[in-house]
Design a protein around this ligand. Structure first.
Ligand code: 5AD
Length: 350
């Protein structure tokens, strides 16, 4: 079977075997065929718009101890900073003035930002701006998620990181894979546009489990899918492990596009950190349709070092939007002017 036929089969009925085939990249020419097909599926199902989401990282406190993450509570060398609510609102206003239509409010699992504080934050941001609000504040119980939704939050990001349960529970001590997936189901049920994602190239991760990750995005009807390479952080137990590969990350992006079709898929920051602007552009030509610029100012940005160099790269300045517009034009694309909700789509490639 040639790559074209296999891609057609994958598009119609995705199965683990075909996913692993493309993830391995073993067949000569399979990457080129995969990337071109993903770009076509992207255009057919979500068009040429590139959606921008501004990210504000508002707290580097975290009660978890994930082995890969610089924010893990055992990392005593990291400054722990928490942005006051007024400052967060000011940053949201600034993002809106710059032209963003949606904001991602992201933090470690900070006990200070419990239910009431998050509800208050969402209300303030919704009151002060017209932004779509995306929360990324970790695992909460159903009732809490519901309160966030009722307060006006529109979207929620909670990556499942890996579908390999044993690997997940080894890397995220104290967390349960089952609970993670249950949270995603609850978020969908409540009505959030829900984002998940994985790290590519985690130590011990198999291609079979990555294939399962992609099938899981489809089965949970995930709306937004963020996949970036694992980047070892020197102050974590995984310091000496190799980083995830860019090529494999592009394959995951492309396959996620083909299998889930009309989802929002960012060219992730982790990819931009390892592969630069060119990496971001490559992802946009291989299935991605979203860019998420980090608008967090110092000193909070420096404190949010999930992986090395995160705080230093792509320092946000107002010229960024102009640069992104230019990049979009060079790719034959354009920057969307709306908030970029996931739209119901019945379209199919013929
Ligand atoms: N390398 C790459 N991505 C990481 N994340 C956390 N630590 C790392 C790392 N070392 C990602 C996880 C998390 C998101 C906020 O950042 O996917 O969900």
């Amino acid at each position: 079977m040639d790559a074209g036929e296999r891609l057609q089969r994958l598009y119609r009925q995705a199965e683990r075997g075909d996913l692993v085939h493309f993830l391995s990249g073993a067949e000569p020419g399979s990457d080129e065929a995969l990337f071109a097909f993903a770009d076509r599926v992207r255009r057919e199902h979500v068009g040429d718009a590139i959606h921008l989401r501004a990210i504000v990282e508002f707290s580097s406190f975290c009660r978890n101890d994930c082995l890969y993450c610089g924010l893990r509570r055992s990392n005593r060398g990291l400054p722990r900073l928490r942005m006051p609510a007024e400052e967060i609102v000011a940053q949201c206003r600034r993002a809106e003035a710059l032209g963003f239509r949606t904001i991602v409010l992201q933090s470690g699992e900070d006990p200070f930002y419990g239910r009431e504080a998050v509800v208050d934050l969402v209300r303030r941001v919704k009151g002060a701006t017209g932004l779509a609000v995306t929360l990324a504040v970790g695992e909460r119980d159903e009732e809490e998620y519901r309160t966030f939704f009722d307060a006006g939050a529109d979207r929620y990001l909670l990556k499942h990181e890996t579908s390999d349960r044993a690997l997940y529970e080894r890397l995220d001590p104290g967390l349960s894979h089952e609970r993670r997936i249950a949270c995603l189901r609850v978020l969908k049920r409540i009505g959030f546009q829900t984002g998940s994602g994985i790290m590519v190239g985690l130590p011990g991760q198999t291609l079979e489990s990555v294939a399962d990750d992609i099938l899981l995005f489809r089965d949970l009807d995930i709306d937004m899918i963020g996949c970036g390479p694992f980047i070892p952080h020197p102050a974590t137990p995984l310091a000496a492990e190799p980083a995830g590969s860019e090529e494999l990350t592009y394959r995951v992006v492309a396959l996620a596009r083909i299998v889930t079709r009309d989802t929002h898929i960012p060219a992730t920051t982790a990819l931009a950190v390892t592969a630069g602007d060119a990496g971001r552009a490559s992802a946009l030509c291989r299935g991605a349709n979203v860019v998420m610029p980090n608008v967090t100012p110092q000193p909070w940005r420096r404190a949010y070092e999930i992986y090395p160099n995160k705080g230093r790269t792509e320092v946000f300045d107002p010229a960024l939007l102009e640069r992104l517009r230019r990049t979009a034009r060079q790719l034959g694309r354009f920057i969307a002017e709306d908030a970029g909700d996931r739209l119901p789509s019945g379209r199919r490639l013929s």
